[in-house]
Design a protein around this ligand. Structure first.
Ligand code: 9D3
Length: 222
């Protein structure tokens, strides 16, 4: 999958996507990620990306010209153009799975300044938020979505990670896990896990997953 990101803060992307599973996906070719500075699509001396709202009021807006030019330079026929903003539909695992079906994503990060509405109306195929809290810009949300989508791409997780993914994709919280030692500072691993009785262990785990979900995330059971 190819992902292009348009942002005012390209330096924020150095680090989080250069480690671990995402870095492996990039080196093995599953993910082709490019970060673009919105200011590179301006033409004036001051590299202006924003302006004051018509009709007055506080704050500034991202102006249409640099964003239209960037999308015209970066998007192709099969590109899904995604605006990141607090007003978008809320990102979740189902949307992550849906996005894995796209050949090319172009993610446009908002800043604390909103978008001129014509960007939303004429460029965006989709508008996403990562949750109901206020961030300073859309760079972290873009990285969150890239991380969630990339790990689902074919060949990115190893066989072991993939089968764990499948066995936990039935939308409950996980049961409690323990490793050695069987007793640590007086804290004991539940006896059933040491019993060797696999049917009983499976029953205990299923029960724990249900209890834990009911306690911490009752919304998942509805
Ligand atoms: C709260 C009123 N606004 C400020 C003038 C709107 C606003 C616009 C842009 C507030 C924050 C931002 C910056 N955030 C994002 O661009 C953003 C975001 C977020 O803040 N929370 C969750 N998901 C996302 S996706 C993009």
């Amino acid at each position: 999958m190819k992902i292009d990101v348009l942002t005012l803060f390209p330096a924020m992307f150095a680090g989080p996507l250069d480690e671990s599973i995402i870095q492996r996906a990039r080196t093995n070719g599953a993910l082709d990620l490019k970060i673009h500075n919105l200011r590179d699509y301006t033409h004036d001396r001051h590299k202006t990306v924003d302006d004051r709202p018509f009709g007055g009021g506080p704050g500034m807006l991202l102006k249409p010209e640099p964003i239209f030019e960037a999308v015209e330079a970066l998007a192709r026929e099969q590109t899904r153009v995604i605006l990141l903003s607090p007003a978008g539909r809320k990102f979740n695992q189902a949307i992550a799975r849906e996005l894995t079906q796209q050949e090319h994503l172009l993610m446009i990060c908002g800043s604390y300044e909103g978008f001129d509405e014509r960007i939303r109306e004429h460029l965006a195929d989709d508008e996403l938020s990562i949750g109901d809290y206020v961030l300073t810009n859309g760079a972290l949300p873009a990285m969150v979505i890239i991380d969630a989508v990339t790990r689902l791409l074919p060949g990115v997780l190893g066989d072991d990670e993939s089968s764990r993914e499948e066995s936990f994709s039935h939308e409950l919280l996980e049961y409690p896990h323990y490793t050695r030692p069987a007793e640590f500072r007086g804290m004991k691993v539940p006896e059933v896990l040491l019993s060797g009785n696999h049917a009983e262990i499976a029953r205990w785990r299923a029960e724990q997953a249900r209890l834990r979900t009911k306690e911490k995330r009752p919304d998942l059971l509805k």
